[in-house]
Write a protein that binds this ligand. Sequence first.
Ligand SMILES: [Zn+2]
Length: 128
Amino acid sequence: MAGLSPERLAEVKDRLLSRKRNLWLEVKDQLKSSIGDGYQEMLATARDEEDQATVSLMAETSLTLLGPKRQELEAIEEALQRLETGTYGLCEVCSQPIQPKRLEIMPEAPFCRDCASQREKLAKATGR
Ligand SMILES: [Zn+2]
């Protein structure tokens, strides 16, 4: 399984979870100050198990200022899912192990370095 020890995987999970918690706090703050009263109440009561609902709420509101954070949250969520299914550390495009250095810096990285830069080039070329 990508050569990651159970200890290392547990450590990654911890890092992802605490990063996720911090991001949530930031996102909730931002949402509070940028959208109306209706959402404020909902966000105030949002708990961890309701995160998914809040993610779709954010998708619906499509607040561009939340873009990067929302993407990071989604990436973290996906990384946690890959931890569960045992595919963590493998590139989603080429299925090769992602460079350990890269995972060190960006534990939620879904792609290896080559595929990531490929995608970046592609994104630039298509103007997205
Ligand atoms: Zn790859």
